[in-house]
Write a protein that binds this ligand. Structure first.
Ligand code: GDP
Ligand code: MG
Length: 200
């Protein structure tokens, strides 16, 4: 027991962990909670019944950085899409380090809403680069799709973000955006650490 504790301690010391505060935003019903739950459970928890997120739900997941003895702990804040929570969410958005904006390919209005909320998150973090993604969800609904990949990626480029597509229902394209964001977070920490070393 004693040795196990020492081993775990040594192991965690050896494996550097950085932390990134990831805010997940977008209109209600676009699939934010479904995307997050699928990521947290490795694709085993697609919520079958709609349950509205009240305020925000926080969870964490460690993401190992490839080819490095380092990992990033993503603190994932699944924010309600309802505007009544904007005052509360405003303080949550301060100090965000990563941004995941979810849109629904069957609802054009969800893209406008995403643009607004992305600008709100950026306004809460002036003078700071926040790596972010526009994630177009529900690609399984092929016959109901009304927004093309081009429109989604143009929006992402316009806002300085990357564009990914996913289906939480099919568990496709779920890990990629989170892995990308964890890697960006790791790069930013590494840059900060090396520029601090320059002053040492
Ligand atoms: P949120 O309000 O943005 O958190 O959205 P939810 O994750 O609660 O999902 C809203 C509704 O969309 C629920 O009924 C989900 O089952 C459904 N949904 C979420 N993702 C997908 C998807 O990829 N495909 C389909 N067909 N439905 C989805
Ligand atoms: Mg939700």
């Amino acid at each position: 027991m004693y040795f196990t504790t020492i081993f775990v301690f040594m192991f965690t010391e050896f494996l550097h962990t950085y932390r990134g505060k990831l805010v997940v935003v977008g209109d209600w019903g676009v699939g934010k909670t479904s995307v997050v739950q699928q990521f947290l459970t490795n694709g085993t928890a697609f919520p079958k019944n709609y349950s509205m997120t009240l305020g925000a739900e926080i969870s964490t997941k460690q993401v190992k950085i490839p080819e490095q003895d380092e990992s990033v702990e993503l603190v994932i804040i699944d924010c309600s899409g309802k505007e009544v929570y904007n005052d509360l969410l405003g303080s949550i958005w301060e100090n965000a380090s990563l941004l995941l904006a979810v849109v629904d390919v069957t609802r054009e209005d969800s893209y406008k809403r995403a643009k607004t909320v992305i600008e709100q998150v950026k306004a809460k973090n002036p003078d700071k680069r926040i790596p972010g993604i526009v994630l177009a969800n529900k690609t399984d609904l092929i016959n109901r799709r009304v927004v093309s990949s081009k429109v989604g990626s143009d929006l992402a480029v316009h806002l300085g973000l990357l564009y990914f597509e996913a289906s939480a229902k099919d568990n496709s394209g779920i890990e990629e955006p989170f892995f990308y964001l964890a890697n960006e977070c790791h790069k930013l920490h590494a840059e900060t650490a090396s520029s601090m070393a320059d002053f040492a």
